[in-house]
Structure formats: C-alpha cells, structure tokens
Design a protein around this ligand. Structure first.
Ligand code: SF4
Ligand code: SF4
Length: 531
C-alpha cells in the first residue's frame, strides 16, 4: 500500500530544503516480471550471479559510451548541481542531489575500474555492489526523470541522465527491470503503440473524431490511416488518440493539415511516437521501436516524416532516428533499408520535422488565419519540456526550440506571459513525471518533484491571472493533469499547443453542392483555355 506523505507547500521563492535523510528510501517502482522482461532480451528474474553480470555490464558500458566514463571520472564535487534537481527540492532526500545520485554508480565504478578504488577503497569512496547498493540503485535511479537540468549547471557538463540510463541498463541486464517501462515497450514493439491499441480500434477512434469535428464545424477534416502514397507520415504519441487533453491537440494537427491541403497519414503499424527504450538506456530496444517507423515510412512510400507533440519522442527522432532508422542525414551506409529511406524522403524538408515547425512555417508564410479572440478567456504560459528544451532544436536556428512554440502560441492567443526566467527554457523544471516515472506506483516522487514547476506557475497565477498551461509533451500533459489539483490548480488548465491552434484557426467554408459545381466549371474552363 502507498505510504502517506505530505504534499510540499509552495513557497514564494524556491529555497534549498533542510535535508531529510532517507525520506525517499523504499523499494522503488513495481518490478518487471518474466512476461515483460524476456521479449526485450532481459533475464526474466534476478540472475544468480548478478554481481558478476552487473560488473561485466558496467565494463561494457564504460567502453561503449565514452561519455559515461568521462562523467564518472570528471566530477570534482563542487556542489553546483546539488540544489538543481526538482526531486531534491521537492523531497529533501540528499540522495536526490544529482551528485549523490551519480555517486551511487560512481562508488561501484571506482571499486572495480580504478586503481585507487581497488587498493584504497575507503580513501576514494569506492564501494561494493551488494544487495543494499542494488536496492538503492533501483530506488533512486527511478527518482531521476533524466531531465538533464543538473547538467546545465555543472561546470563540466556532467549529465546525470546518462548515468541514470546506464544504471537502468545494468539493472535490466541482471533481471531487475521496471514494470512500467518494460511492459509498455513490449506493447510498442509487438502491437505498434504503448497502449496495445490494435488497428480496428485505432480506425474507429479516428472515424469518431472525424464525425465529431464535422458535426462541430461542418467541415470534413480527415484523419487518414495507412494511406499509401501520402506526402506526410505523422508519428505521434498514442495518448493523442484517446486521452484528454492530448486528443484536442490531434484535432488541431488535422485542422492545420486540412487548411494546408497537404496529404498525410497515420500508420497503424507504427502508431506510437513515444520510445521508452531511451528511458531504460537500451540502444537495442530503442532501435527495435524505431524500426517500426522506418518500415511504415517505406511501406507507405511517404516523402516526409513528422513528429507530434511528445517531448522524448522528439529527442529520439531529432537525435537518434538518423542512425537508428535512416530518417535524417547520416544513416549507416551499409544499412540498405536506411539508405533506401534516405533516398525516398524529400530533402527540401527537415527530416524529421516537428509539428510545431510545420505549423510555424505555415504561419510565417501566411497560409493560416486565426481569430485570436477565440482564446481570449485564457491567459497562457508555456512549460518547456525537458527533452525538447535540453536535447533538441527546432527551425534550425539557435534556441529555436524555445522560440518556435512561443511564436505559435502568440499567433493564436492574445494573452501570453512567461514564468520566472530561471524556471523556463534551458533551465526549465521537469513536470515530475518524465523518464519512465509516469506510473501511479511513483506518485509520491511525482508530486514532490512537481513542486518547483508548480511554484513558478503559482506566481504567474498570482501576478498575471494565468489560467492556461501549454505543453508540447504527452508525458507533461498526463503528469500535470494528475498533479495540478494537488497544488490547488484546475486540472483542465493544461492543454496542447495545437489545442489553442485548433480553437483559433479560421477554417475554409464547408464545400456546398453549388461551390463544387462552380469549382468543376472553373476547372473545365481552365482546361479548355489551356488546350
Ligand atoms: S532528475 Fe534531472 S536534475 Fe535530477 S538528477 Fe536526474 S537529470 Fe539531474
Ligand atoms: S556540478 Fe558537476 S562537478 Fe560539481 S558536484 Fe555536480 S556533477 Fe560534480
């Protein structure tokens, strides 16, 4: 049973909390079982010789990922990162200080991979990987959302997220995986999306959506599925298909495509943008999930691949798709499928492209019209999602990932205000649910970790009457829907950027029989003239 805990109070200014040793000790999130472990290539349960397997895996990661070794060797314990983690600020547990979290891994690394650690362990804080240490790894590396905020403030750029990914990779290798991530990955790899939603259910959902929009607007906005030869393949998080507030974003994407007149499609085979392979640190699993997207793009013969509003999906797409799947420049030239896809995709467009980049471009070119007053009941602020903010770009311009979403929002609503500068853009605070933590068994750390973002939001609520929070990440939207009421906010204040677009966009008048006849007449005249 979940233990009782106190929801943090929101101070006027963020303060470094008084340390409470061991307050977040525990067993960590629910552990994965054989059914979810083996399809991903991990042992079904904790292996007998787990210490040996773990140390071997650490050695493998140390040589495979140079960054991990550099991060483990470079820390000078300056302390600059200690108060930068939202989980430490919200929980007061010293093991949630980024440097302390790293040290759980570093102390074992020192014991087994450094001269001083082998011969003078006490002197350099080297420790054995025993049962207690493994438990601490499992617990505290699942209290890190891999948000990378600490790395922004580290003079050496040490990225705790990478250490956390490495630790989770070792845990999976010894058969101690996390249920939430591994179960979801199994569904994404076998069925095509995190929900295990099969093709007929997806098709029905999209048809219902089309009917709903037509009833409301009188315009037949289409949500094509598996449309071979479409120009754009949209890869979006499956939450967009059914959950609030995500689905209102999907409605917005469809309206924008409709107004542009471009042909586009979703894929039932690759109906998931999210890729939790990154959260568990496994390149192989991340690739398995990404290869479904490649197959869909090849089969559907699209010339563009676009990504919907999902933070880590955009990071995987922007940073890894090229080598994982061939979307984007730089694919492995010995991979014939990747090269085929590179040749198939239209190089005049960014590959992949974010839906925000696409909408922004249409706005810049005057192709979309808006009635901004449709959003006049809102005063809006924007939450920069960690993976977008600290691991990607948009628009190919410096800081484009901060500029483009704000310009899209400001194009569709009149009242916009930013939260405190030290809590946004490159310094943004995580929503508290990223990195594979968006599960009910981690609710305590999710609520505590949301405190710094909620504090900044409360301030703009007080000063500017902000009543709408926009995010372009499915995890942020789901997390905020849950935690906002815990801090006395309206849970419905969180919306997609494309929900605001959807509300303000001026759609072309519905076609009538008269206008159809007139258009046919015009085409006939033009053809006759040309002849
Ligand atoms: S949650 Fe973010 S700030 Fe905290 S340790 Fe992990 S990467 Fe660093
Ligand atoms: S800021 Fe960087 S060098 Fe300083 S303690 Fe943190 S990780 Fe180590």
């Amino acid at each position: 049973m979940a233990k009782d805990f106190e929801i943090p109070k929101l101070p006027t200014y963020l303060e470094i909390p008084k340390i409470q040793e061991g307050i977040m000790d525990g067993d960590g999130p629910f552990k994965s079982v054989e059914e979810f472990q083996t399809p991903l290539g991990f042992p079904g349960e904790k292996v007998d010789n787990w210490q040996e397997v773990a140390i071997n895996k650490m050695g493998e990661l140390k040589s495979k990922y140079r960054s991990v070794q550099v991060f483990l060797d470079a820390c000078v314990k300056c302390g600059a990162c200690t108060d930068k983690c939202h989980y430490f600020l919200g929980s007061s547990d010293p093991k949630n200080m980024p440097v302390a979290r790293q040290d759980l891994f570093r102390s074992v690394y020192r014991r087994h991979f450094t001269f001083a650690g082998k011969y003078f362990p006490k002197l350099v804080g080297a420790k054995e990987l025993d049962d207690a240490m493994l438990d601490d790894w499992y617990n505290y590396f699942h209290q890190c959302s891999q948000c990378r905020r600490c790395s922004v403030f580290c003079p050496y750029g040490i990225d705790t997220a990478e250490i956390s990914m490495a630790a989770r990779e070792v845990l999976d290798a010894v058969g101690v995986g996390q249920k939430y991530c591994n179960q979801i990955l199994g569904k994404a790899i076998t069925v095509g999306n995190n929900l295990g939603l099969p093709e007929p259910a997806l098709r029905d959902t999209l048809l219902d959506l089309e009917e709903e929009i037509e009833e409301e607007t009188g315009i037949a906005v289409k949500y094509p599925l598996d449309q071979k030869g479409a120009e754009i393949l949209l890869i979006t998080p499956s939450a967009d298909f059914f959950a609030e507030p995500h689905i209102d974003g999907l409605i917005g994407y469809g309206k924008v495509f409709h107004q542009d007149g471009v042909s586009w499609t979703l894929s039932s085979y690759a109906s998931e943008g999210a890729n939790f392979g990154m959260f568990i640190g496994s390149y192989d699993v991340m690739r398995k999930a990404a290869l479904r997207i490649r197959k869909a793009a090849l089969d559907l013969e699209v010339s563009r691949v676009m990504v919907g509003e999902c933070g880590h999906a955009w990071r995987v797409a922007y940073s890894f798709w090229n080598t994982l799947s061939g979307v984007g420049a730089g694919a492995n030239s010995s991979d014939e499928h990747a090269m085929k896809l590179q040749n198939q995709l239209d190089s005049r467009y960014p590959q992949p492209q974010h839906i925000i980049e696409y909408t922004h471009d249409l706005i810049q070119r005057g192709k979309l019209k808006f009635d901004k007053s449709a959003n006049d009941d809102r005063t809006v602020t924007f939450h920069d999602s960690c993976n977008v903010a600290r691991a990607t770009n948009m628009g190919g311009i410096p800081n484009g990932q901060f500029i483009l979403p704000r310009e899209v929002i400001k194009a569709v609503c009149n009242n916009y205000v930013d939260m405190e500068r030290s809590t946004i853009m490159e310094s943004t605070f995580c929503c508290g649910g990223g990195g594979g933590l968006l599960t009910d068994d981690l609710m305590e750390i999710r609520i505590k970790g949301a405190m710094p973002r909620m504090q900044a939001l409360k301030e703009v609520e007080k000063t500017d009457a902000v009543n709408t929070l926009v995010a372009i990440c499915a995890i942020c939207k789901s997390q905020f829907s849950k935690v906002l009421p815990k801090f006395d906010f309206d849970p419905y204040m969180i919306v997609s950027a494309h929900q605001l677009v959807s509300e303000a966009i001026i759609m072309d008048k519905p076609q009538t029989e008269d206008s159809d006849a007139k258009m046919a007449e015009e085409v006939e005249t033009e053809t006759a003239e040309a002849e």
